[in-house]
Every structure is written in structure tokens, then in C-alpha cells.
Write a protein that binds this ligand. Sequence first.
Ligand SMILES: Nc1ncnc2c1ncn2[C@@H]1O[C@H](COP(=O)(O)OP(=O)(O)OP(=O)(O)O)[C@@H](O)[C@H]1O
Ligand SMILES: [Mg+2]
Length: 313
Amino acid sequence: MEIMVIALIPLSFLLLGAGFLVVAQVSGFMQSSFFNQRQNFSNMIIQQYMERITLAQGQLYQRKQELEGMSAKLSLSNQELGRLNDMKSKFLSMVVHDVRTPLASIRGFSELLMKKKVGEKETAYLKNIVSSTDQLGRLIADLTDLAMIEAGKLKMEKAPFNFPDMAKDILPGLSINAQKKGVELAVHDFPEGVLVDGDKFRLSQVFMNLVNNAIKFTPAGKRVEVLFRREGKYIDTLVKDSGIGIHPSETKKIFEKFYQAKYQKDAALRKQGWGLGLSIAQEVVRAHKGDIGAVSPGLGKGSTFWFKIPVAG
Ligand SMILES: Nc1ncnc2c1ncn2[C@@H]1O[C@H](COP(=O)(O)OP(=O)(O)OP(=O)(O)O)[C@@H](O)[C@H]1O
Ligand SMILES: [Mg+2]
């Protein structure tokens, strides 16, 4: 009996081992068939992706061709636009040149006639002719500047000059304009001996444009103030008026050429100009590495225009 039990023990181990072997083989088989299925599935998805990528590549190539075609057309239109722009600038400078000469003789002869003994009525007519030719002369000057700016030919002198002195020289003429309009012109805070390295004539033009605008857009009986401030490396000029003001949406746009504020209702004031002064002023100031701008609390509440220029040294 004992011998039998002893013999059965290795037998049962043998059977157990064989059982394990069979189970391992079956599960291995099952695993490998599952793995194959998964592999096939992955292959199918990869295949689908490849097809899609190939399709997208084809579409991309087509878009690239289309884009190349469009960019070639665009560059042709650009060339044409450049040519037309050149023609416009040439035409503008030709007209400006041809108008200037007869205008000068109209003005000259009118002044000559005024010196003769003519009646009151005739004198009034002649004065009218002179002031109209002056107005046209200013427009011609602005158009000349514009043509030069567009052709990139607006030349700036570079020489040191005393900035407050430049303003002082111009102010008497501006005061006459203010008086004619019935506007008070006050000037404060003249700094002493501030040197600017730049174009005196062009910068005085900027100063005049701002002050004349302030006088133009301020009703009689009100006030325009001019202030100067030294701010670090800059000299800042402020022209403050109590005039018709500017809508907040237009304080930047008014520096574009030919732009006149649309929210302002006074058509008569608009007709007195062309919307060129500020755009030219902006070009001049930028050419001096300075900045220019306007702020206004709103329509009817006055405005402040400022420009700042680096000081020399
Ligand atoms: N001080 C100001 N107050 C209110 N609006 C102003 C003032 N200065 C300029 N503007 C507005 O900005 C616009 C553009 O000014 P800008 O000086 O360029 O042209 P303009 O004075 O109308 O004509 P131009 O200067 O060509 O004779 C003006 O038409 C006006 O609408
Ligand atoms: Mg102006």
C-alpha cells in the first residue's frame, strides 16, 4: 500500500505537468491569433491613413499651384499699380509747376493795380483776388509737398537751430490770424535755448499748421494756448484750443491725407481746406524721429494737438 502511494506521487506530478503544457499551448495559440487580428486591424488603419495623406498631398500640391498662379498675378498688378502711382506723382508735380507761374503773375498784377488809384469797390475785388491766389498758393505748396512725399523725395535739412526762437519768430504772424478771427492767442512756458537738429523751415511749417488749425476750428471770442515742455530727450509743443473738438473715433484718422473729420457739422470750415496740413505735418515730424498726435474730450469740447521732436546732443 505504501509502495503504491509512493508510485502515484510522481505520476500525479507528471499528469499535472502535462496539463499545464496543454493549457499553455492553447492560451499561446489564442494569444497569437488575437495578436494577428490586432495586427491586421492596425495595418488596415495605417493603410487608410496613408491613402488620406496621399490625397491631402495631392490637394496641397494643387493649392500650391493655385497660390503660385495668384501670386504671379498679384505681382503683375503690383507692378501696374506702381507704374500708375509714378504717373500720378509726375502728373501732380507737372500740374503744380504749371499752375504756380500764372498764379504768381495774377497776384503780382493785382497788387500793382491796388497801388493805382482805383475805386473802393475795385480795391475790395482786388483784395479778394489776392487772398484767393494766396489760398490757391497754399494748396499748390501742399500738393507739391504731397507729390514729393509720395515720390520719397521730400528732403529734410539737418542743421542745429534754436527751437523756441523759431516759434517766437512765427508767432507775430499767427497772432494777426487770431486777431482777424477774434480768437485770443496765448503763449506760455518758452524754454530757453533748446537746440534741435533738423529742418527749421519744415518744423516751422508743422507749428504753423497746428496753430492755424486751432484758430480756424475755434469760434470767435474763445481761446488758443501754446505751451512748450521739455520731456527728457524731447521738446514737446502743445496747441490747446477751446474750439469745435473732435469725435474720439477720428483723432487718428485726421492725420491721413485728404481726411477731414466727418462728425464735425460745419461744412463752411471744411471747405476752407483740403485735409492735407496734418498729413504733411506728420511726415515732417516722423522724418525727425518725433511724434505727433491729437486728443479731444469730444465734439464741442476743444482739442489739444501736440508734436515732440528730439533735442540735439
Ligand atoms: N484744432 C482742431 N480742432 C478740431 N478739428 C481739427 C483741428 N485741427 C484739425 N482738425 C480736423 O482735422 C482735419 C484735418 O486737418 P488738416 O489740417 O489736415 O486739414 P484742413 O485744415 O481741413 O485743410 P488744409 O490743412 O489742407 O488746409 C480738419 O479738416 C478738421 O476736421
Ligand atoms: Mg489745416
